[in-house]
Each structure stands twice: as C-alpha cells, then as structure tokens.
Design a protein around this ligand. Structure first.
Ligand code: NAI
Length: 269
C-alpha cells in the first residue's frame, strides 16, 4: 500500500545482497512510496546476488562501491547525482561484516588486522559515507541518514564477538555526525537497532538460531522482521520524523526493555 511517503525524494540504498536483506526490502518499499534511488554494494557482492533484478524492479541502476573506499564513495555520489538529477534526501547504511566472525575467531583470540576490517566495514564506513556527503554537499536540507545496529552495542552477547564493538562505534558515529549534520543543514542521523533477522549477515553469527528463538520468546511483540524493519526505515526517511536525530532507535518488539518473559520463566521451571 502506498501513501507516497517518499514522493519526490531521492537517495542511496546500500547493502541489498539478496531478497532476505533488510536493504532489499527497503528498496522495494521506497519504490512503492514514490522514491527514486540508486542501489550500491561492494563489487564482490554484486557478483553473487541478484541485485540487478532488484534494480530492474525499482527502475534504477546499481553503482558498485566498496564502502571502505572514499574514492568509491565519491564516485558513487557523483554518478548518483547525475542519474537522479539532484542531491539526496536519504542514505541507508545497511552494511556489516566481521572477518573474525566469518573465520570463527573467538573474542579472546581476535586477529587484529581483521578487527580493523570489522571496524572499517561495519562502522567507519558510516563515517566515510557521511563525511564524503558533507564535503561534496550532496545532502538536501532536512535529509535523513540511517544505519543499522544491534543491541550487542549496549549488552554483552558473547557470540556477537567484535561486531558488538563495531556496533557501539557505529551508534557513536551516528550521534557525533548527527550533531554536525543537524547544525549544517538539518540532516538527521539515526541508527535502528533491529531484532535478530535471518539474513546472510545475521545467520553468519554463531548460535544465531538460539538467540533468534530466545529473543522471540522474550519480546512481547515477537521479533521484528526484515520487512517491518524496512517499514520503520521508510518512516525515518519520510517527513513524519523530521525532528528525530542522534538516536539509537530500538526496533525489536519490546525486547530491549523486557527483563524476563513468562515463556522463558516457564522453560526454566
Ligand atoms: P545482509 O548480509 O543481507 O547485508 C549486509 C550487506 O553488507 C551485504 O549486502 C554486503 O554485501 C554488504 N557489505 C559487506 N561489506 C561491504 C563493503 N565493504 N562495502 C559495501 N557493502 C558491504 O544482512 P542484513 O541483516 O540485511 O544486514 C544489514 C545491516 O543490518 C548490517 O549492518 C547488520 O549488521 C544489521 N543488523 C542485522 C541484524 C540481523 O540479525 N540480520 C540485526 C541487527 C542489525
């Protein structure tokens, strides 16, 4: 159903790998709500997924960019401006990857070169995307920038490994750049802290099924799906949330503020 919440808005959507991706669902909904946008992902990811099909469906193009490369980001913005015919009203940062998680290194045996990669890909790239947008002046006034986080930034989830530290950094960057961008041209910056979601990034975490089921039983509303996350992102890009900035917004069915649920108590008996 369309309410044309994003009519006339232009933007960039990163991170659509396959149809399970939060970014994939966001692209479909953004299209439905009247937005025009460019899709982007790391060159290596473009070879794997069906992002070209998504682009066709959304009547747009894919511009490859490794989000850790400032040159790639500059090229992405230059080409996107041309394609869209103007500056951007929204940017979605939907990017995360930890070589330590991928290669099974526990938190107490981290490879530090890989740790730098985790930070660069999953957090510093958010800064790079914003600083480059800031320096190139490609954000329209009252634009909206969203990154995706997880509650391991606040509480310990041992299996989330170095991604927990990356998410803490991501959320801090949202606050710090949110201040700068708000002052500069009323651009808001927020992170959405999403429930465990069965995607490539999500299910790559050790023990994913167990903590997905645990969160499902803990949350009064149940886990939020990728589709519902996309709905929330759309509202954050719309003019209905103009004064929300520098926040980490929990989108988790109430999980973050529940101490214990009756279902879990029953299981412990
Ligand atoms: P996904 O695996 O579909 O998306 C992750 C994306 O990051 C992929 O498209 C991948 O190609 C991209 N990426 C990796 N390295 C990159 C690079 N160097 N440059 C550009 N793009 C790169 O998984 P999902 O779940 O949709 O992830 C999106 C965001 O949501 C991530 O930040 C993730 O940490 C976050 N998130 C996911 C949760 C989950 O349980 N799935 C829960 C909370 C947050």
């Amino acid at each position: 159903m369309s309410n044309n919440l994003l009519a006339g808005k232009k933007g960039i959507i990163t991170g659509a790998l396959d149809e399970n991706s939060i970014a994939w669902k966001t692209a479909l909904k953004a299209k439905e709500q009247g937005a025009q946008f460019v899709l982007t992902n790391a060159p290596v990811a473009l070879r794997m997924g069906g992002i070209q099909e998504l682009a066709k469906e959304c009547n747009t193009e894919v511009i490859p960019a490794d989000a850790t490369s400032v040159d790639d980001i500059k090229n992405l913005y230059t080409q996107s401006k041309e394609l869209l015919g103007g500056n951007f009203d929204f940017i979605l940062h939907s990017i995360g990857m930890s070589p330590n998680v991928r290669k099974g290194k526990a938190y107490h045996e981290l490879n530090y070169d890989w740790l730098q990669k985790t930070y660069d890909i999953s957090a510093v790239s958010f800064h790079k995307m914003m600083q480059t947008a800031d320096q190139m002046n490609v954000m329209n006034d009252w634009g909206s920038i969203v990154g995706l986080s997880y509650i391991a930034a606040q509480r310990t989830y041992p299996f989330y490994n170095d991604m927990a530290d990356a998410k803490a950094l991501l959320e801090s960057i949202a606050r710090s750049y949110g201040y700068r961008f708000g002052k500069k041209n009323k651009v808001r910056v927020n992170t959405i802290s999403q429930s465990p979601t069965p995607t490539t990034a999500g299910s790559g975490i050790d023990g994913f099924d167990s903590f997905y089921n645990f969160a499902q039983k803990m949350s009064p509303l149940g886990n939020a799906t990728a589709d519902q996350c996309a709905d929330y992102i759309i509202t954050m890009f719309s003019d209905l949330t103009k004064m929300v900035t520098m926040q980490n917004l929990f989108h988790d069915g109430g999980y973050s503020f529940t101490g214990i649920s009756e279902e879990l108590i029953e299981e412990m008996k």
